[in-house]
Design a protein around this ligand. Structure first.
Ligand SMILES: *Cc1c(COP(=O)(O)O)cnc(C)c1O
Length: 234
């Protein structure tokens, strides 16, 4: 399994380059974030050895365990729903929290960050597809939430994130990615402090090409790099 990682990474990067060329984007403006949730340290190490330095995880406990045993220069990204009682554990381990999904969570992160005198970088998660099962601000709540979050001195908002509904054909979720980009433009127009819409974290294994065409700057890819996840025995 480890031996497959470098070629899978290379294949995805080639696809990123091809899609960017087709739609007139600079391939350097799209970052591939390998998502290593539920995958063992040996596979992450294989991706690290192939040159990867940032990984996405969706559980605080996994970040804490993996950062103990893997190289220190890995930048961990928190991409899953974050419970307020776990903020303390992850706040100094994640370089970017993609999943800021409520005002209460924002206040909690700000409170912990103030205590430690650090700045925490976040993305606002938007439930563009309005799915019950997903977290995130609804599109119509986002602007007001952004205004309130911009008042929190120890947070820096670097952009928006969404998880698109699963679809047979990735074309079906193009409007979701497009709407996220437009929401980012609306927030930019507000000129809020501590808020710079430079990142759009969107697109996964099955739909990253469409996400790139709609402006993704970070694509979060798990399965296409590490293979399918086994949910029975983590
Ligand atoms: C698991 C996960 C991914 C990666 O999904 P794949 O389909 O395996 O590429 C991306 N984003 C989030 C938030 C995830 O939880």
């Amino acid at each position: 399994m480890e031996a497959l990682i470098p070629e899978r990474l290379e294949k995805i990067k080639e696809e990123i380059r091809a899609v960017c060329e087709d739609c007139g984007r600079d391939a350097a403006s799209v970052r591939l974030l390998p998502v290593s949730k539920r995958k063992p340290a040996s596979l992450i190490q294989a991706a690290y050895d192939a040159g990867e330095r940032g990984f996405g995880e969706n559980h605080v406990q996994e970040i804490c365990e993996k950062c103990e045993v893997l190289p220190r220069d890995i930048a961990w990204h928190m991409i899953g729903h974050l419970q307020r009682n776990k903020v303390r554990q992850v706040i100094d381990k994640a370089v970017l929290i993609h999943s800021l999904d409520s005002l209460r969570l924002a206040s909690e992160i700000n409170r912990e960050a103030e205590k430690r005198n650090i700045i925490v970088h976040v993305l606002l998660e938007v439930n563009v597809g309005r799915e019950e099962s997903k977290s995130g601000f609804l599109p119509e709540e986002l602007l007001q939430a952004a205004r309130e979050i911009s008042a929190l001195p120890n947070l820096r908002t670097d952009g928006l994130m969404t998880v698109a509904p699963s679809a047979e054909d990735p074309e079906q979720v193009r409007p979701v990615f497009r709407q996220l980009r437009e929401l980012g433009e609306q927030i930019t127009a507000e000129g809020l402090p501590r808020m710079e819409m430079k990142e759009l974290s969107m697109g996964m294994s099955d739909d990253f090409a469409v996400a790139i065409q709609e402006g993704a700057t970070i694509i979060r890819v798990g399965t296409a790099i590490f293979g399918p996840r086994n949910y029975q025995n983590k």
